[in-house]
Design a protein around this ligand. Structure first.
Ligand code: UGA
Length: 429
């Protein structure tokens, strides 16, 4: 099928490359000319495992192309996906101006029947607005259908998540587009759930908020474990073996970050409020998330006694492993708070240093994780990159001023770390 994807951010670019990979003809549109130029030349603007190969393979076999022109993208396709950003506004609601603008632009160039699919995360009832807008701005009388098709991929495993989803949700207001939508996903081995548009839109916010709730739940349990002398990893394992609970998203941390969960919880609270429901449960999820970082900083403070002028090494800057994304990263927030308290930071991240440089100025960027601890009063692990487990602990212990490690991701075993001579503080253990 001929598909157009408007927006080449994480969702749009991964979706475009994966749709091409399974045999569709895909044209990706972005209004950022520099990005389009980069993509056309075989480069990609983000680090995402497997994505570069996919983009290269499918551009060279002719199934994936890029343009900055919406009219060109729409003309060359049967189904048009909208995958533009929906950032938060200061009051917590969602900025839908990019969606609205794209809807107007699509309307301006519709000359034959198309299916317009919203893939961006949007508040319930956005589909209705998109349909209304297209109708209003359409110059000719032409038929179209609006579909909601929320995306559930995670950064760091986006390609594999997209190609092997748990489910595909298709929200429609008439049965007409269902057959084609199912054809698009025919090669994906996943259950397809057809709902109305409002339900599909709600599934996305309800799912992301539930995942955030799970993380806040285990982070709250981690606080209780610390007070009670229990081990949160053992508690999480024992809980996760219950099929009704499941083991995923029970990893205690510095709190959830990134460009989705914090924004979507905030948006869902606002959406519920606008619909007359006070979602206090989600407000508590936010409070626990903020408190988790506070507790970690308190732990550092109490152990070091004074943070001012201490040299602290930080491993990890991205909001999770396997990405170069530092947006709303708990690791960055941690660095900012340590800097504010007067610490001097030596930092390292396998992929996130370039992007971090735009945010974190007064820190020393180190090019090798094993050099980070040298001369430090303490070391903090802020992101769960697998390679951090291979840290040369012997070298760290010998070259640090004090062998103190604060592990915000529970990468090491507390007993083993003590045996190796470290003062080791982790989460919920
Ligand atoms: C999230 C959802 O998981 C995706 O399903 C969704 O499609 C995506 O948002 C989106 O709306 O676009 P993402 O933000 O990429 O995906 O990353 P997650 O894997 O959800 O992690 C979010 C944050 O929670 C990270 O800071 C991570 O470290 C943290 N986390 C995750 C934990 O602290 N503990 C866990 O057990 C899992």
């Amino acid at each position: 099928m001929r598909l157009c994807i408007i927006g080449t951010g994480y969702v749009g670019l991964v979706a475009g490359a994966c749709f091409a990979e399974v045999g569709h003809n895909v044209i990706c549109v972005d209004n950022d000319e520099a990005k389009v130029k980069l993509l056309k030349s075989g480069g990609i603007p983000i680090y995402e495992p497997g994505l570069e190969e996919l983009v290269k393979r499918n551009t060279s076999n002719g199934r994936l192309s890029f343009t900055s022109s919406i009219p060109e993208g729409v003309a060359k396709s049967d189904v048009v996906f909208i995958a533009v950003p929906t950032p938060p506004l200061p009051d917590g609601s969602v900025d839908l101006s990019f969606i609205e603008k794209v809807a107007r632009e699509i309307a301006g160039c519709l000359t034959s029947y198309k299916i317009i699919v919203d893939k961006s995360t949007v508040p319930v009832k956005t589909g209705e607005k998109v349909a209304e807008t297209i109708k209003r701005y359409c110059k000719t009388k032409v038929e179209f259908d609006v579909v909601s098709n929320p995306e559930f991929m995670r950064e760091g495993s986006a390609v594999s998540d997209f190609l092997h989803p748990d489910r595909i949700v298709i929200g429609v207001s008439t049965p007409r587009p269902v057959k084609r939508m199912k054809e698009i996903y025919a090669q994906f081995n996943a259950p397809i759930l057809v709902t109305n548009i409002n339900s599909a839109e709600l599934i996305k916010h309800a799912s992301n908020s539930f995942l955030a709730l799970k993380i806040s739940y285990i982070n709250a349990i981690s606080a209780i474990c610390e007070a009670a002398g229990a081990n949160v990893q053992e508690v999480a394992k024992g809980m996760g073996l219950d099929k009704r609970i499941g083991p995923d998203f029970l990893q205690p941390s510095l709190g959830f970050g990134g460009s989705c969960l914090p924004k979507d919880v905030m948006a869902f609270i606002k959406i519920a409020e606008d619909l007359g429901y006070d979602f206090t449960l989600l407000k508590e999820v936010q409070r626990i998330n903020a408190a988790q970082m506070d507790r970690f900083i308190k732990k550092i403070n109490e152990t070091l006694w004074v943070i001012k002028d201490k040299k602290i090494g930080v491993l990890g800057l991205t909001f999770k492993k396997n990405t170069d994304d530092v947006r709303m990263s708990p690791a960055i927030e941690l660095c900012q708070r340590l800097l504010k308290a007067g610490a001097k930071l030596r930092v390292f991240d396998p992929k996130g240093m370039e992007k971090a440089k735009a945010i974190l100025k007064d820190v020393e960027y180190v090019d090798d994780m094993n050099k980070v601890p040298e001369g430090c009063d303490a070391l903090v692990i802020a992101t769960e990159w697998d390679e951090f487990k291979q840290l040369d602990l012997e070298h760290a212990r010998k070259t640090m001023l004090c062998p103190i490690i604060f592990d915000g991701r529970n990468l090491f075993d507390p007993a083993e770390m003590e045996e190796k001579g470290f003062i080791y503080k982790s989460i919920g253990r």
